[in-house]
Write a protein that binds this ligand. Structure first.
Ligand SMILES: Cc1cc2nc3c(=O)[nH]c(=O)nc-3n(C[C@H](O)[C@H](O)[C@H](O)COP(=O)(O)OP(=O)(O)OC[C@H]3O[C@@H](n4cnc5c(N)ncnc54)[C@H](O)[C@@H]3O)c2cc1C
Length: 297
């Protein structure tokens, strides 16, 4: 509101589409008011600055080309691809459960060795997490995606040459909770002509009952509505894996102490829901490397 008021003072034409407020109490989540407002802004924009031919608004069923572009790759098969992470690595020294086995939450004391920075208790360590290799293989099999090398353009944050499996292990995740189901369903229902999917895309209440309430992830929705599609769509269908932050509990002789509470909870689904990083840390053994994407301030 403050920003809006300031911009309006600077230039009153900025307020061409009126205001809309997010609603953190909305039963569909804080972003539930966004789609209708975004549609309204687009309509106002087209009226205010009409497109000049040959440009024209896309119709509801038209597809925007995929974000990622896979170029023909000349990388010889069998040669290893080393993906360079920006940042540094730290080695897990130990990973011990500190809550008793009958306690409802598994809390870990994880020690990691890193000589790079002078960490202090209270600093935040960011850690890149990965999807479990087995889960990725099962997902690729279900999607009928062969592991192959691809050259990528269209996203400077990704390595120029990578395998599909690496993309799904380190950069994108099909296992995150589907929080913004509206955008996902809108795209997937265009790729997959199933009527039930289109119905879910049209009816936020139904989407909430099927996806939001039980906490389904993307892999589960794709499993329920299977379609053989090209992996080129993975950059649009799947969210990027984001680093997780942890407060540093202690630091001595280059060894950092982290206290990590693993997220696991039950819903109406049979499979318990587990956090992505929690799954990663549950099995992080001494000697494993974790990646710290950038230096803390
Ligand atoms: C500055 C900062 C410092 C932090 N420090 C620490 C720390 O020292 N130790 C620590 O353990 N964590 C810390 N965290 C939290 C940590 O970054 C992760 O968010 C946490 O470990 C969960 O990550 P995840 O990938 O396992 O879960 P995710 O895959 O991100 O899943 C978490 C999501 O699961 C859902 N969820 C979780 N529990 C339930 C439930 N009971 N019912 C329904 N839905 C649920 C929520 O939607 C939640 O957003 C910190 C976070 C920040 C921002």
């Amino acid at each position: 509101m403050k920003l809006h008021r300031r911009l309006s003072q600077l230039d009153n034409t900025i307020n061409f589409a009126g205001n809309s407020a997010a609603d953190d109490q909305h039963y569909l989540g804080i972003e539930a008011t966004f789609p209708s407002y975004s549609q309204h802004v687009l309509e106002c924009l087209v009226t205010k600055t009409p497109l000049q031919p040959p440009d024209r608004p896309l119709s509801a069923n038209e597809m925007i080309p995929p974000t990622l572009k896979f170029l023909d790759s000349n990388v010889p098969s069998g040669s290893e691809i080393i993906v360079e992470y920006p940042g540094s690595t730290a080695c897990v020294v130990s990973n011990d459960r500190i809550t008793s086995i009958d306690h409802f939450q598994d809390v870990r004391h994880i020690k990691v060795k890193t000589d790079e920075y002078n960490w202090k208790p209270g600093d935040i360590m960011e850690i890149d997490v990965e999807n479990c290799s087995h889960d990725v293989e099962v997902f690729m099999k279900a999607m009928e995606w062969e592991d192959r090398r691809v050259e990528i353009s269209g996203d400077p944050t990704l390595p120029p040459v990578v395998t599909i499996k690496d993309l799904l292990t380190r950069f994108y995740t099909p296992f995150a909770l589907l929080k913004n189901s509206g955008a996902f369903l809108e795209l997937y229902s265009k790729l997959n002509p199933l009527e039930k999917l289109k119905e879910l895309a049209r009816e936020p209440n139904e989407a909430q009952a099927y996806i939001g309430k039980p906490g389904r992830n993307i892999a589960e929705v794709l499993h329920d509505f299977p379609l053989s599609i090209s992996p080129i769509w993975l950059g649009d269908l799947l969210p990027k894996l984001k680093p997780r932050q942890y407060s540093i509990a202690g630091h001595q002789n280059g060894v950092v102490d982290l206290c990590i509470a693993l997220v696991e909870y039950k819903t109406i689904l049979v499979e318990p829901r587990r956090g992505l990083a929690s799954r990663y840390f549950a099995s992080a053994a001494a000697g494993n490397f974790i990646v710290i994407p950038f230096v803390p301030c």
